[in-house]
Design a protein around this ligand. Structure first.
Ligand SMILES: [Zn+2]
Length: 303
């Protein structure tokens, strides 16, 4: 018997809404602009509108939402998220349940991406792996010993905010030298602009890497800094978790092949050899669909 789940992948710019069947995977999806200033209630109504044709057609059992953290899983409320100002103290789970009648569950976006990889992607059959989402920020979802790592209240893991140089650049979170402050796409673009001594519009990381490959020195410097910081970050993850795989996803992962060899080289010094030897670093094949598949799995398992 087909079992359908509604899946929502909340992002600061766009939100994806999808319908997933338990064994067949993602059946259909739509993208809805996230208009932050209109507030969470308006946004949730648009998601429910997008889902309505599917809810009429299929017997949908529950809804899962992946969202930027920090958030409270139990109440379905976001804490202050830098990209969603004014969206605190609103229970998405309660409101979506009211609109659709579906039991609704919420979890962090990177954790949900890890669930997607576990069921449908590179994480299938594994007990220990880490999903790293490379984008504006650095998200991490950790499966360790066959369990989802969430911490006591569900705020963990925030590996992107591990400090790797306390004299490093200021991070969005208020600390200095977090992994994200070095390897987040926006942070890297800002440093590229700074290093060239003038502020023009930000260049994306793909462009920086491409200029570096063409021999531009400023871009080359940013790219090697990025690779070094990323290797330190991955080395820490490998040493702490001894994962079978690290699965990379998110917009910036499309540029991974350019820096992969360099990062593997640096990793020889940054991770313990036995642990490094049994960790495979791979690119997600699910791409953006991973989060929707994971949100559906969240709904299925929490139901
Ligand atoms: Zn930080």
């Amino acid at each position: 018997v087909d079992e359908f789940f509604l899946a929502i992948d909340l992002g600061g710019t766009n939100t994806k809404v999808g319908i997933v069947e338990k064994t067949r995977g993602l059946i259909d999806s739509k993208t809805v602009s996230t208009i932050v200033k209109d507030g969470p209630e308006r946004a949730a109504k648009l998601w429910a509108d997008a889902a309505r044709p599917w809810l009429e057609k299929h017997k949908v059992l529950a809804c899962g939402i992946g969202s930027p953290g920090p958030l409270e899983r139990g109440t379905g409320v976001l804490h202050e998220s830098p990209n969603l100002p004014g969206w605190e103290n609103f229970s998405f789970t309660e409101f979506i349940r009211k609109l659709t009648g579906l039991p609704t569950f919420l979890d962090k976006d990177a954790t949900v991406a890890a669930l997607g990889e576990w069921c449908f992607g590179e994480g299938r059959g594994l007990t220990d792996f880490i999903v790293v989402t490379l984008g504006t920020g650095i998200g991490t979802g950790v499966i360790t010993g066959g369990h989802v790592l969430r911490g006591s209240k569900g705020y963990a893991p925030e590996i992107g905010h591990m400090v790797i140089d306390d004299n490093g650049p200021l991070c969005n979170c208020g600390r200095h030298g977090c992994i994200e402050a070095f390897t987040g796409a926006t942070a890297a673009a800002l440093r590229y602009n700074e290093s060239r001594g003038y502020s023009s519009s930000l260049v994306n990381i793909a462009e920086i890497f491409s200029r570096a490959q063409k021999g531009e020195l400023a871009a080359g410097k940013i790219m090697s800094q990025w690779s070094k910081s990323m290797a330190v970050a991955l080395g820490n993850m490998i040493n702490i978790f001894n994962p079978q795989k690290i699965i990379l996803t998110g917009g910036v992962s499309k540029n991974w092949t350019i820096v992969a060899e360099e990062i593997q080289k640096i990793l020889l010094h940054e991770a313990f050899e036995p642990s490094l030897k049994c960790t495979e670093i791979v690119l997600s094949k699910l791409g953006n669909d991973g989060a929707l598949l994971g949100a559906a799995h969240l709904a299925q398992t929490q139901l």
